[in-house]
Design a protein around this ligand. Structure first.
Ligand SMILES: [Zn+2]
Length: 127
């Protein structure tokens, strides 16, 4: 399930669900077209689903169409400190930690998200 941003500088969100609707992974990020920045705000994969590539699939989906942006993150958990450098090697993005929001991101009020739309299963994203 993808919820697009409603304003430039605002949030996007991706949720992965099992066929019975269990929400097992979620990625929240912001993009700004003026600064050409993508900021990963939060990435979470439930324990049983970790180490199966869902995190990197979500990230590749998030970066689709924004490959030339500078990609950064907020504070990184111990897992994130392993995840983002590894992802950086395959995507070429830096994922600089503890990055500040740009002024346009700061100016967006609330966490408004667009209408959710269902997307193909993550296995299809790599094609
Ligand atoms: Zn900006």
């Amino acid at each position: 399930m993808y919820r697009p941003q409603v304003t430039d500088g605002g949030y996007h969100q991706l949720q992965l669900q099992t066929s019975d609707g269990y929400d097992f992974a979620r990625l929240t990020w912001l993009t700004c077209s003026r600064c050409r920045i993508g900021l990963v705000a939060k990435i979470r994969v439930t324990d049983l689903w970790q180490r199966q590539g869902y995190g990197s699939r979500m990230m590749r989906r998030a970066m689709r169409g924004y490959e030339t942006y500078t990609w950064v993150t907020t504070g990184q958990s111990p897992q994130g400190k392993q995840f983002f450098p590894a992802l950086g090697e395959t995507t070429g993005a830096a994922f600089t930690p503890s990055a500040p929001r740009c002024p346009h991101m700061k100016a967006v009020r609330g966490a408004g998200l667009g209408t959710p739309r269902t997307e193909p299963a993550p296995n299809d994203l790599t094609r």
